[in-house]
Design a protein around this ligand. Structure first.
Ligand code: MN
Ligand code: MN
Length: 416
């Protein structure tokens, strides 16, 4: 660990030197943060030694837990869960894994599912008692639904596109050529589970055949080969041209006037600074998305998603790329810092202050979702610069020049 790098960070934290040999002995080949300690400790203090068993690779990915900043304090429950810990539900045609309130206890208002479908792989026709918001990570997929008037919706989505299906609206997802799709589903209920959805095949398997025959006005023999249990995800043929599916599904009723898909990249960035950019997508632009608002955030190396909070809702995060460190401040002097990387879920309760630093050397990209029709945040800088200056200076013991240097408008992402 280079000494000049230590010096850069000394203004914020004190560091205790560790020789490269000691790191190698601990099985650590690279470390994003060196051990730090209170600068008041004597030079040969050994209180931070960890001579017992340890999981070196997990420790390396979570330096802020083993070596928290001295400003961290108190018992704030964890607000991170890696999808890598999730049980993967494997099927022919794809897989899924979920992070709900059962995995991440603090995440009471929203839950998420990471799902992969092969080309032709189908997440079967279903609905659930929660609304579904989605972000396409990879590939191409065809989504279908009917709206509350029974009119058909069929669309193809690609990387960075979104969709939203309201509670109780039936829908399906199918992977397209060349390699299917992977996407994130976010539900407006922390208690949601992929294991508890209404599936077409499951419903049919639990309805007497004579009732189905009477209901459809067909013979019982025609229903001989109905699945005997749920499909959930299954392999099918890759569907044909979109227009053909749309026309066949619309019939004489015509297509739905609702657009359940949203093309994120077709709209301008909401805010761009030297530190990064943010795209805010809520029901003001994505009309049907009445219960989930989102922000797609990019933070350049060294930048910080500024100190802020959300008055209206909890925040469910998904980290797409890069490395981050988030500190959440709670009441009663509690603060906790946790590290994040791609595939991790983060969570911040409504109104709790937080910030997110890019701790890597590449762009940090993450998603913020809120159970709300609208996006809302308040920035510390904006608050302090729109309060009588004498009042702020009396609180913080800062002079006028310092106060006047603070950005007067919300920047969202500050450069490093
Ligand atoms: Mn669904
Ligand atoms: Mn936030």
């Amino acid at each position: 660990m280079a000494h000049d790098q230590d010096e850069v960070k000394l203004s914020r934290r004190a560091f205790l030197e560790v020789s490269p040999g000691a790191l190698a002995a601990a099985g650590v080949t690279s470390m994003t943060g060196v051990r730090r300690s209170q600068s008041s400790k004597p030079e040969h203090d050994r209180s931070e030694n960890d001579s017992g068993p340890t999981n070196a690779s997990v420790d390396t990915e979570n330096p802020s837990s083993g070596n928290p900043p001295p400003t961290d304090s108190g018992g704030l429950p964890p607000f991170k869960y890696p999808f890598s810990f999730g049980h993967k539900r494997l099927h022919s045609g794809g897989w899924s894994r979920e992070v709900t309130v059962r995995e991440l206890e603090v995440s009471k208002t929203m839950a998420g599912v990471d799902m992969r479908l092969t080309a032709g792989g189908v997440r079967e026709l279903h609905w659930h008692n929660a609304a579904e918001w989605a972000f396409m990570f990879y590939g191409n997929a065809r989504i279908t639904a009917i709206d509350a008037d029974g009119k058909s919706f069929v669309a193809d989505v690609g990387e960075n596109d979104l969709w939203y299906f309201p509670t109780g609206i039936p829908h399906s997802i199918q992977g397209l050529n060349p390699d299917g799709a992977e996407f994130l589903l976010v539900f407006d209920d922390g208690n949601f589970s992929e294991y508890a959805t209404v599936l077409l095949s499951d419903w049919m398997a639990h309805t007497p055949k004579d009732v189905l025959a009477k209901n459809f006005g067909v013979s019982m023999k025609a229903l001989d080969r109905l699945p005997e249990k749920e499909l959930f995800i299954f392999q099918a043929e890759v569907p044909g041209p979109l227009e053909v599916d749309q026309k066949a599904a619309a019939g004489t009723r015509g297509l739905s006037s609702s657009d359940f898909a949203f093309r994120t990249l077709e709209r301008p960035v909401s805010k761009r600074t030297k530190g990064g950019e943010v795209r805010i997508v809520d029901s003001s632009v994505f009309k049907v998305s009445k219960t989930i608002a989102s922000a797609i955030v990019t933070v350049h190396p060294g930048g910080i998603r500024e100190l802020h909070w959300h008055p209206n809702a909890d925040e469910w995060q998904y980290y797409i790329a890069g490395k981050a460190r988030m500190t959440v401040f709670a009441t009663g002097g509690r603060a906790r810092t946790m590290d994040f990387q791609r595939g991790d879920v983060g969570y911040v309760q409504q109104t709790l202050p937080h910030y997110i630093e890019n701790t890597g050397d590449t762009d940090l990209k993450f998603l913020e979702m809120f159970k709300s029709s609208f996006y809302q945040d308040l920035s510390l800088s904006q608050w302090l610069t729109h309060t009588p200056p004498e009042l702020v200076m009396a609180h913080l013991n800062i002079n006028r020049a310092t106060l006047e240097a603070i950005p007067r408008e919300e920047t969202i992402v500050m450069p490093g």
